[in-house]
Design a protein around this ligand. Sequence first.
Ligand SMILES: N[C@@H](CCC(=O)N[C@@H](CS)C(=O)NCC(=O)O)C(=O)O
Length: 284
Amino acid sequence: MFSLIVGFFLVATLVLSAALLYKKSKKRLSVPDGVVCLYQVGRGPWAPSLSPFPLKMETFLRMHKIPYMNDHSGVMSSKGKTPWLEYNGQQVADSQLGMDFLVRELGLELDLHLSPEEAAVARAFRELAEENLYWTMCYESFVKNPHSLDILLKDVFPPLKIFAFKNIIGFFVKRQLWGQGMGRHSDNEIWTIGRNDLTAISNYLGEKEFIMGNNPSQVDCSLFGMLSMVVWQMRGSRHEQFVHDHLPNLVKYCERVRDRFWPDWEKRCKGPEFVDDNHKIYSH
Ligand SMILES: N[C@@H](CCC(=O)N[C@@H](CS)C(=O)NCC(=O)O)C(=O)O
């Protein structure tokens, strides 16, 4: 009897996921020339995205006052990931490749205040956040404390979708964690890695306004995207508690970047002030 029930839920979840994937693979709207369309997952309850990578990209678009719109349908890129962008008929998958593409396409003069040595440090911090810290966050949210997702997703998805998200996506994230390598460490080792990464960012930031000095640079988009999850959205996690208890400069840093580039923050979070901006063009 028990295996029958489990089997039923498994089949139901698979059917639901197939339906969701089909919906996401359907054709999208046309994007006006000169406007970037950012394809991303939905808004979060405490940050304007459920994921650090779209928040990175949207902060970049705002930082450079690039006209853009969002598509929150959740459609995946040609690489099977999200976020990705479309600009004048060209599609670019991956947050960093998308930003690099816009820098070339729009001739943005970016990070000119950085020496080659500083640019190297900025790159190293971006990789630390996106390729190392990120995986400790995935472990914390999907393996260590998957119930936290119930609260995170409750205003975003209906209960069945949360069930599918937690179980199907959780299963794939565990596989990714194993493939990437983070998932092979013990719980204590993973947390030590995450804590050391956060501490390294905090130590390098010190009292500076932005990570590379008093002017924002591209790497701030990446760090802000990642740290916003830790500071505001990973409620009940060790990461969240640690930054609030021990690394207040990271909290202040996030508040500073938020206040500068996201005056409409509350409206973009799925809380009481939320205003749906799907397909709305931001022209600054
Ligand atoms: N390096 C990519 C990472 C994007 C990424 O990992 N996106 C996740 C969501 S947060 C995703 O699409 N996962 C689906 C999968 O890996 O199958 C970027 O910067 O865009």
